[in-house]
Design a protein around this ligand. Structure first.
Ligand SMILES: C[S@@+](CC[C@H](N)C(=O)[O-])C[C@H]1O[C@@H](n2cnc3c(N)ncnc32)[C@H](O)[C@@H]1O
Length: 303
């Protein structure tokens, strides 16, 4: 296994008619590389992981929210162990393949069952709710691992109305991030779709490998948070950037007096003994700014 994997031939196991199924060869690669003694997949879909483990004689538990695979809810339920013959134990390697964002593929009520299940994130409209649910799924599974165990989750991106919804960027990482593997996608439904405008087709997913190095209560979590930076408060702003930002905010053209007043809100001007002289010097020095008429300056830029 390398950090980029590609399986043009799907291999044997699971069902290729189950939308969003993964290649049995991916599971084969994972188990050949990590050589786990007990595997779990709690989003087993069409049963790919179960089939590969059976073919390789590795004890495995595979469940899904789908009642056909036990109806186990990864957001809430106690996760079942692996039957080892003489005893049972929790898996040392968990493979998950949670739903995709932005309703790309719907599971409950579509791939199985008659109505959408409230705990099936494939139906979640709101992306934050979706990411929260995926984080909970990952944590719920990660908790059950013994020290040294691994959670490998396959996550994808979605593009909608010019925005990328990237699970790998937005999800939380639990324990030690061991590797991110890029997996090429083949024969996906989107291959047959026509997209309007400039659109870079997404032809890969990510397998995120998280290892549990701690034993018991505490889990290290890295989360992503959103914030907004205010240009005016940025301490390393150049004078040219400050004048450019202020002019943009004033509609691209301004009298000097308004520009001075606007720039008073900037951190850089507060530090200077004669900010107005510095503004005039910046305007005159940079060909980016034009003198429109006496005492009036403009910036011309087309997006
Ligand atoms: C991408 S598919 C998995 C496909 C699978 N790897 C295969 O090869 O067939 C995602 C699965 O997550 C299941 N799922 C959605 N919400 C769930 C939940 N709360 N608990 C457990 N499984 C869930 C769906 O029913 C679906 O089968």
């Amino acid at each position: 296994m390398k950090s980029v994997v590609s399986y043009p031939e799907r291999g044997t196991g699971g069902r290729n008619t189950y939308r969003g199924n993964f290649s049995p060869k991916f599971v084969e690669d994972v188990i050949n590389f990590f050589k786990p003694d007990a595997v779990g997949d709690y989003t087993v879909g069409s049963g790919t992981t179960i089939d590969v483990c059976q073919a390789n004689k590795i004890p495995c538990i595979g469940t899904d929210l789908n009642p056909a695979f036990g109806g186990v809810n990864l957001l809430k339920d106690d996760l079942p162990p692996v039957n080892m013959g003489s005893h049972s134990k929790m898996p040392t390697l968990i493979i998950l393949h949670p739903p995709y964002p932005q309703k790309m593929v719907l599971y409950s009520g579509r791939q199985w069952g008659k109505v959408p299940h409230p705990d099936d994130p494939s139906h979640y409209e709101n992306y934050q709710d979706f990411i929260r649910a995926i984080n909970r799924m990952h944590y719920h599974a990660f908790l059950t691992l013994p020290k040294g165990g691994r959670l490998i989750t396959l996550v994808g991106d979605a593009k909608k109305k010019g925005r990328l919804y990237s699970m790998v960027k937005d999800m939380a990482f639990f324990g030690t991030l061991e590797q991110i593997v890029v997996k090429a996608q083949h024969n996906c439904f989107s291959d047959s779709q026509q997209y309007s405008g400039k659109f870079i087709p997404i032809v890969h997913e990510y397998a995120v490998i998280m290892r549990k190095d701690s034993c018991c209560y505490e889990t290290r979590v890295i989360t992503v948070s959103e914030t907004a930076y205010d240009t005016r408060k940025y301490q390393n702003l150049s004078w040219r950037q400050a004048v450019r930002s202020a002019l943009r905010n004033l509609g691209g053209k301004s009298e000097l007096s308004r520009l001075y007043a606007e720039l008073e809100k900037f951190f850089v001007t507060k530090k200077h003994s004669d900010p107005q002289a510095k503004v005039r010097e910046t305007l005159q020095k940079s060909p980016e700014f034009q003198s429109a008429s006496r005492g009036v300056w403009s910036i011309q830029e087309a997006a």
